[in-house]
Design a protein around this ligand. Structure first.
Ligand SMILES: C[S@@+](CC[C@H](N)C(=O)[O-])C[C@H]1O[C@@H](n2cnc3c(N)ncnc32)[C@H](O)[C@@H]1O
Length: 392
């Protein structure tokens, strides 16, 4: 995508090409292109419209029906916040009393759109002119242009003295698209990003789920968010926005479940018990395993491993619960004979605290049979252990 191609898509002919492309986007690319040629759509416009149609379909997973009216770059879509996550964040920021927010590094505009829909006025900037133009097209397409201004600018040049809040979701990938894990390699860089809280007290930062707890600014809240069990982001809520030290927010089937705490507690340690709970990644990343264990009367079998054991199966949104039917010291031979004896042909393997190569183990087990089990590989009081489990 470049500015000329985007401009062409925004004309009445572009809109017709996009409608036609949406009809044929599931066909193979050659026949889709010839279907558009048959409608006398110029080849370059047809190619841009087809690319958009494919991206729009992909984007429905993040944006639902809005995706059909929006514009995307491939990288912009990959980095965009899912609507359900952006909507919650925007509602929380609006509830804090903020009326205006600067969105520094707005990408294709997922967060800016959510802020505007929550009633905020948004000053959005992106350093990449094409991405900024895509964001501008999106707020217009969704009828939000009166509440969102979008400019192509470096976040470091944006005046912040007249906004109530700042949101920054720095780019965490190289120009070649590779992920960067070192916050100093973020763009804008970490020093600038973390310094925002000193300039505008209501600052929210969106970061990768693997961000180090040591980087949480003093007094800020760190939240980890998962969607249907996949941890999608961390967010630091600074200044008056911080409510608790740590929060895990689990979004699933239109419902949100939140677990909060200090992130400093240690769960009690005990033996393997009848049930094992595998906490959601957001709970583990937020260091809230002890808080979760307390909700099910659970204990750990190793102080450094996030499996929680209990005598009862308690319904919980925060973890998957399995019933343990056998506990073995781990060895391929012992595991193979235990599984063969039970006629187990299919296993799901989950592990924490085990360096076992799962694919190689599967091959080495040479399973045959109809029964199915989950094998949990972990450490119990320092010893490598296999737990044979069924759903609780
Ligand atoms: C992770 S994306 C933002 C995604 C956005 N929150 C969304 O949900 O659509 C980060 C964006 O920051 C932009 N960016 C990188 N460095 C920047 C800078 N110094 N100033 C402004 N924008 C920058 C990139 O072009 C990229 O679009």
């Amino acid at each position: 995508m470049d500015l000329d191609r985007l401009a062409a898509l925004l004309t009445p002919e572009g809109a017709e090409a996009l409608t036609a492309a949406a009809d044929v986007a599931t066909d193979d690319p050659l026949s889709a292109a010839s279907a558009l040629r048959a409608r006398s759509i110029p080849p370059e416009l047809a190619a841009s419209a087809l690319t958009q149609a494919v991206l729009r379909r992909k984007a429905e997973a993040k944006f639902g029906a809005d995706a059909r009216a929006m514009f995307f770059t491939r990288a912009g879509l990959e980095q965009a916040t899912r609507a359900e996550v952006a909507t919650r964040r925007a509602a929380r920021l609006a509830a804090s009393g903020a009326r205006t927010v600067a969105d520094l590094g707005c990408g294709v505009g997922a967060d800016a759109i959510a802020f505007a829909r929550a009633g905020l006025r948004v000053r959005a900037v992106d350093a990449d002119p094409v991405t900024a133009a895509v964001a501008a097209a999106n707020v217009t397409a969704l009828g939000l242009a009166d509440r969102v201004s979008v400019a192509a600018a470096d976040a470091r040049d944006v005046a912040l003295d007249d906004v109530d809040a700042v949101f920054c979701d720095p780019a965490r990938r190289t120009a070649a698209g590779r992920r960067v894990f070192d916050p100093n390699a973020y763009s804008p860089p970490w020093d600038f990003v973390v310094g925002l809280a000193g300039r505008v007290p209501r600052t929210v930062l969106k970061l990768a789920p693997g961000i180090d707890h040591d980087l949480v600014p003093p007094g800020a809240e760190a939240e980890w968010v998962s969607v249907r069990g996949e941890v999608v982001e961390a967010a630091f809520w600074c200044g008056p926005l911080a409510a608790v030290p740590r929060r895990a927010t689990l979004l699933r089937d239109g419902e949100a479940h939140e677990l909060t705490g200090s992130g400093q507690e240690s769960a009690p340690v005990g033996p393997v018990r009848r049930y094992v709970y595998d906490p959601d990644g957001a709970v583990v990343r937020a260091h809230l395993v002890a808080e979760f264990a307390a909700t099910v009367g659970g204990t750990l079998a190793d102080p450094t491993i996030a499996y929680v054991y209990a005598d009862a199966a308690t319904a919980t949104p925060y973890a998957r619960c399995l019933e343990i039917i056998d506990t073995l010291p781990f060895s391929v031979k012992r595991l193979r004979s235990a599984l063969h004896a039970r006629g187990v042909g299919r296993i799901t393997i989950t592990k924490r605290g085990s360096a076992v190569d799962v694919e190689r183990l599967r091959r080495d087990l040479r399973l045959t049979g109809d029964a199915e089990l989950t094998v949990v590989l972990t450490r119990v009081a320092g010893a490598q252990t296999a737990l044979l489990c069924v759903p609780a």
